[in-house]
Ligand binder design. Structure first.
Ligand code: P5A
Length: 446
């Protein structure tokens, strides 16, 4: 993409309404614009990051054996009356009446709708286990939407629902989700810690939230610092292997880690040596639930088991805050000049800065870099504006591309361009072909 052809409305000034760095940087970098309180338009740069996160989520869900689909945003109130949540959900639910006077709602979550789909189509235990998921906009009429996309009213969520014949199988689904979530967040460059939490309006006793430590987070958490050393890395995972998934859950949930809702000070002190006791603020980027037959019983979602009996299915649901993650990533990765995207989620893989637009050698070198990087799938953003070098650097630093290639007449005389890491600030002079090869190596492994 050429910057002169793109739509990147960066702001020079800090927007007054933004209280935290991710909100400020998303507005300044032209990623989002507020449409109304807690509701945002995703401008091209923000939309690219959102799509990249969505792709990682899809890949890891499909890898775990979960099946993608798409449900609507608007739902009929009748299903929610069956589960009893129409009244329970309270003012957070946006209620709508259609022209025929029918009660509708903008879905805050989809347990009822998916249970209805299931009960109308699945009859036998032989069709289980089944996990369906979608990535779709949700609406919760939060009383205090704030911090930009972190606590929006409209937000993008991956929500998945498992259907199993009994508790043991459903607990395997829970463990499998825990493992696939750990892997998802690791791929985004994040350390998200599963913590015992409260189940709130979704229900059930077994639930873990995934939290990213950050001073600006809305949750208060207590944990054993030993958990920070855990990493899935590239270990081979068989998502059908119950013992392996259970062992990974055990590994991550043995060190003490709880949100303030479930924190037990006596247990914390008893279990964790003082030098490893930590408390911090954190951002909730996902949550998994096992709630058994909470929905399948009232909604009569049953299957015939191997003894010919009709039994309600055991269910759980699992959510990732995809739009919130964009903010969480910025909270985790920024400096005072702007965003520092991890390579796996960056909106463009590399920026090209032409130090002297209009200089024929510099223009020619940039054009050929742009062509070759594009052909190699290394998605460049070419700053071809007639701007001072300082302004171009400031824009690149603000939008946080992991790598920058700087091209100027002086370097070109020596046959080199400069490759700079946004993260470390380190630069290296390389022949243009070698810079492309280096970026190829960096991104190939992703
Ligand atoms: C699990 C999937 C559920 O709704 N039902 C379907 C279950 N869980 S949850 O914890 O309530 O939400 C899942 C994740 O969505 C994100 N999230 C939000 N993101 C932005 N703004 C909001 N107002 C908001 N509310 C929830 C969180 O990341 C949460 O973990």
């Amino acid at each position: 993409m050429r910057l002169t052809r793109y739509f990147l409305p960066v702001l020079k000034e800090n927007p007054a309404e933004a209280q935290i760095v991710s909100h400020r940087l998303m507005l300044r970098a032209g990623m989002i614009r507020q449409a109304s309180a807690g509701i945002y338009s995703w401008l091209p740069l923000g939309f690219k990051v959102l799509r990249n996160l969505e792709n990682i989520v899809h890949e890891e869900q499909v890898r775990a054996g979960h099946i993608p689909m798409l449900m609507p945003t608007l739902q009929s109130a009748d299903l929610w009356r069956e589960s009893g949540r129409y009244d329970d959900y309270g003012e957070e639910m946006l209620r709508i009446t259609d022209r025929h006077g029918r009660d509708m709602l903008y879905g805050p979550t989809n347990e009822e709708l998916i249970t209805d789909i299931f009960r109308n189509s699945v009859r036998s235990y032989k069709d289980l286990p089944l996990t369906l998921y979608h990535i779709q906009w949700k609406f919760r009429d939060e009383i205090r939407p704030r911090f930009g996309v972190m606590r929006g009213r409209e937000f993008y969520m991956k929500d998945g629902y498992n259907f199993d014949i009994d508790r043991d199988s459903a607990i395997h689904a829970y463990n499998r989700h825990m493992v696939s979530y750990l892997r998802t967040y690791e791929r985004m460059g994040l350390k998200a810690i599963p913590m015992r939490a409260d189940s709130g309006p979704i229900g059930g006793d077994d639930t873990h939230e995934f939290l990213v430590l950050a001073d600006t987070g809305e949750s208060e958490v207590f944990y054993d610092s030993a958990i920070l050393d855990l990493k899935l890395g590239d270990r081979a995972i068989d998502y059908d292997d119950r013992a392996q998934c259970a062992a990974i859950r055990e590994e991550w949930t043995t060190p003490y880690a709880r949100t303030d809702e479930t924190h037990d000070e006596a247990l914390f002190h008893g279990q964790v040596p003082e030098e490893r006791r930590r408390s911090s603020r954190a951002i909730e980027v996902g949550q998994i639930f096992y709630f058994g037959t909470k929905y399948s019983e009232p909604m009569k979602a049953t299957v015939v088991n191997d003894k010919g009996e009709h039994v309600p299915v055991h269910m759980g649901s699992h959510g990732i805050g995809v739009s919130r993650l964009v903010g969480a990533l910025i909270e985790a990765f920024h400096d005072d000049r702007g965003i520092i995207w991890p390579e796996s989620v960056a909106p463009f893989k590399v920026g090209i800065v032409n130090l002297k637009q209009g200089d024929s050698a510099a223009d020619t070198a940039c054009e050929s870099l742009y062509r070759e990087l594009t052909a190699a799938g290394l998605e460049p953003l070419y700053d071809d504006r007639e701007e001072r070098a300082g302004a171009k650097f400031a824009t690149m630093d603000l939008i946080g591309l992991p790598w920058r290639i700087t091209v100027g007449p002086r370097g070109l005389k020596a046959g080199v361009v400069e490759l700079t890491s946004r993260k470390t600030g380190e630069s290296e002079e390389l022949k243009p072909a070698d810079a492309i090869a280096r970026l190829g190596e960096i991104y190939l492994g992703q």
